[in-house]
Design a binder for this molecule. Structure first.
Ligand SMILES: [Zn+2]
Length: 240
């Protein structure tokens, strides 16, 4: 019987029939796996602990053509503290929903998988970090992972090099900063500090960050990412 074993994180679930759930799992090797967790809502089902949002671990799926059925899971983390902090839970749900929208079946997703694990870990366990600040950083790094790293050093329209250490304007459609000649009313003004924050985040990756430039960039980065994946997760409306 063909079965696959993979690390993964549960990105979402939907209750199905009387006792089942359909899970969407992100796997570094296999991308998105939509799998039936049969009987997981029965009392004492061994699959119940693995059939919850954000659960990470080593999953074993039985595969028949395009259909996957969860057979077992060795839990690694449930990120339980997220359940106690509604705002952090909302941020984590948003990050997971973005991954669910971007990741494709049978397509490796190592980078997105690592980014999400890091995002969940910081939201659940690192009280030093501001949730919105870290979600802004997540959005920027997510854009990079899906092939839309914003251009910060050259004009996104005419490619002229941009002055460093200066303010600028961001063009969502063009995918980066633009020079004075190419900026228009539909571009977003950014301070020099905000541009430096973006460059530093792209270089350093996701870490616990106190509230600084990132939180103010949330709206811009959300629009940028959601326009690229052509999807706005419902939970997005609960964030500022
Ligand atoms: Zn230009």
């Amino acid at each position: 019987m063909p079965s696959i074993t993979t690390e993964g994180v549960v990105l979402r679930y939907a209750n199905y029939r009387e006792h089942d759930r359909m899970l969407t799992v992100i796997s570094p090797e296999y991308g998105r796996i939509d799998a039936l967790s049969r009987g997981c809502r029965r009392p004492k089902s061994p699959l119940m602990p693995a059939s919850e949002l954000f659960v990470s671990g080593e999953f074993v799926f039985y595969q028949s053509h395009d259909h996957f059925t969860l057979t077992s899971c060795t839990l690694r983390d449930t990120f339980y503290p997220l359940r106690l902090e509604p705002y952090r839970l909302t941020c984590a749900s948003y990050q997971a929903a973005l991954c669910a929208a971007a990741v494709q079946p049978s397509q490796e997703a190592e980078g997105l998988y690592r980014l999400l694990l890091r995002g969940l870990y910081l939201l659940a366990y690192d009280d030093r970090g501001d949730a919105l600040e870290m979600t802004s950083a997540f959005l920027l790094l997510f854009a990079d992972q899906i092939g839309y790293r914003p251009r910060l050093t050259r004009c996104a329209h005419c490619r002229v090099p941009l002055p460093t250490q200066s303010s600028g304007r961001f063009d969502i459609e063009a995918g980066g900063l633009c020079c004075e000649g190419c900026s228009s009313r539909s571009t977003y003004p950014l301070s020099a500090a905000q541009i430096q924050w973006m460059a530093a985040t792209l270089k350093d990756g996701l870490s616990a960050k106190e509230k600084s430039e990132g939180a103010a960039l949330f709206e811009l980065l959300r629009r940028y990412v959601e326009s690229r994946i052509e999807f706005s997760p419902k939970v997005s409306k609960l964030l500022p």
